[in-house]
Design a protein around this ligand. Sequence first.
Ligand code: ADP
Length: 360
Amino acid sequence: TSYHKVLEENRLLYNEVQDLKGAIRVYCRVRPFLPGQSNGQSTVDYIGENGDMMIINPLKHGKDARRVFSFDKVFGTTVTQEQIYADTQPLIRSVLDGYNVCIFAYGQTGSGKTYTMSGPDLTTEETWGVNYRALGDLFHISKERSDSIKYEVFVQMIEIYNEQVRDLLVSDGSNRRLDIRNNSQMNGINVPDAFLVPVTCTRDVLDLMRIGQKNRAVGATALNERSSRSHSVLTVHVRGRELVSNSILRGCLHLVDLAGSERVDKSEAVGERLKEAQHINRSLSALGDVISALAQKSPHIPYRNSKLTQVLQDSLGGHAKTLMFVHINPELNAFGETTSTLKFAERVSSIELGAAQSNK
Ligand code: ADP
């Protein structure tokens, strides 16, 4: 029995350590070459077991030619949607225990953000992304617990474009700009004027997603054009009532498909395009600043520098849990963006900070 006790203690210790370093998790996912793309050499040279990876640029020499990065996990090109979700699921479960969770998809346009979050095709369950799997799981687990806790689930979908917040669930396609206000009754819901729709099954969610996707395209010349330059935030608010004690718990899950992180050539972008690019740059660096301030346990967290961080304020930091998926396009001509994506990821990763501190 003492052997088992040691095992148990070790397990607890291990969980605690995992939890500490896991307040902010960074997963990197490498997109495969697409059919029809020149199947050239991948810039991702090596993926290790422990979240290490090396990128390489055969056209460069010296220290710019290769770099090693280290994250919580790195997923190679053959990893399935199911496997990605398996490593996300513990966070989803914690929402039903009353935690706030943010999951982000970061990367340049075309690197696979929407693939990870939504999937390529709503009609095939096998390729569903994190969004649908997460909601399916929330319904499934809440049913399992229904003897002791009665849960209600609500969904909101907003878009942040040029620092303006819009409701993606309005059916009239109106462009009303919404304010951000904290509402202590509705944990995590900081855009109280956007529709908050009760849902009871995955089917309901799919219907809402279709409306959201359609609205996201309004005013865009092409769907990809607009959606790659706005942040979309799917918020799931969970309210649970314990049947014995009658106490209420509230959890919140934000699933965020970020605007493309690519830098725009200043000499080329003009007018609307330049304005969009500046808004995106500013909000992504504001997000990076908030997460790295949290990772460093800084006393001041600069939430107020962007609409995105204001919307997510009470789900970033404190007891909230954050997962950032950073996406890599392995093509050689994306090497510059790949490097800056990985540097961003490194900046927000608490693991790197730990490594940096232990080097001192
Ligand atoms: P983003 O949202 O970053 O602009 P997308 O998710 O639209 O990028 O992905 C770009 C293209 O690559 C799409 O055709 C998508 O289906 C494909 N793709 C992305 N990731 C994967 C993957 N892991 N496996 C297969 N195809 C992928």
